[in-house]
Design a protein around this ligand. Structure first.
Ligand code: ADP
Length: 265
């Protein structure tokens, strides 16, 4: 049995962040089979008695898929418009997939201000607790169409960390397109080595090369490490795993696939 598997088995309240890479195929379209597979596994976790909150990226990709234009436009208005269109598609897909198991989903679109304000914090917490208590899966994303650069959280790794802390999660799982943190970018370096366990994040930052990110991601590996800093401060461990691999959650629970785990302080 693996350390990662043990942590998942022992955690009851889990936030799962699903990256855009996990939800899209090589052409940048929504990968329906992958989404189906993830939801199936999330439902299995629920059957194991776990409570889940999802933080999901992918609105932009879904937007491009829905209207098949504007994807080359750099203009912020078009980007936000694409996210507005895609968010509906994304939620429709989740609603349908969870619906197969008779599970309802609820959407929450948040921005940085929401976390900075005491009353808003309280309302987010209460809504999350109510949804989860009633067996509904909250699906959170940044409210892209109201978020200009200055007030943005900016990436869903950070949003998932803020959510995990606010909810008092036992574990944050980030699904990306890599098996975990490597000593250098594995996309450019064939000899990159996976770091399976991290106790000292400051030390890790000094040791690894973290430049480069993939085509649709906004965060790169640095935001995943920053997210780990945020949650481990509250004693919450973070697992970074490869969401593009089928059955990844089952496999890391069983210990047949590797991942990186950041331990809580
Ligand atoms: P997501 O869309 O899932 O949030 P990102 O594309 O933002 O994912 O970030 C993950 C990418 O970060 C990986 O695909 C990888 O190419 C890159 N990366 C850069 N340095 C590293 C490293 N040291 N270890 C792992 N990944 C790295």
């Amino acid at each position: 049995m693996s350390a990662v598997g043990d942590i998942i088995r022992n955690s009851r309240k889990i936030v799962v962040k699903i990256g855009s890479q996990t939800l899209s195929d090589d052409h940048g379209a929504v990968n329906e089979a992958a989404m189906h597979n993830i939801v199936e596994q999330l439902h299995e976790l629920m059957n194991m008695g776990k409570q889940l909150i999802i933080v999901s990226s992918g609105a932009g990709i879904c937007g491009v898929g829905a209207i098949n234009k504007w994807h080359r436009k750099e203009d912020i208005n078009y980007k936000q418009a694409l996210c507005a269109i895609g968010q509906v598609e994304l939620m429709m897909a989740y609603k349908e997939l969870f619906g197969e198991y008779g599970v309802h989903v609820g959407q929450m679109l948040l921005s940085r201000d929401d976390f900075g304000d005491h009353m808003r914090n309280l309302h987010i917490r209460n809504t999350l607790f109510t949804l989860v208590d009633e067996g509904v899966v909250p699906i959170i994303n940044e409210n892209d169409s109201v978020s200009v650069e200055e007030i943005k959280i900016g990436d869903n790794d950070t949003l998932s960390a803020l959510t995990a802390n606010l909810w008092g999660a036992d574990l944050l799982i980030i699904l990306s397109d890599i098996d975990g943190i490597y000593d250098k970018n594995p996309k450019d370096n064939k000899d990159a080595e996976l770091i399976e366990e991290v106790y000292d994040i400051d030390g890790l930052m000094l040791e690894i090369d973290s430049t480069g990110k993939s085509r649709f991601g906004t965060g790169g590996v640095v935001t995943k490490i920053t997210a780990a800093e945020k949650v481990t401060e509250y004693g919450i461990p973070l697992i970074l795993a490869n969401g593009t691999k089928p059955d990844i959650l089952r496999k890391i629970v069983a210990g047949t696939e590797k991942a990186t785990i950041f331990y809580g302080k």
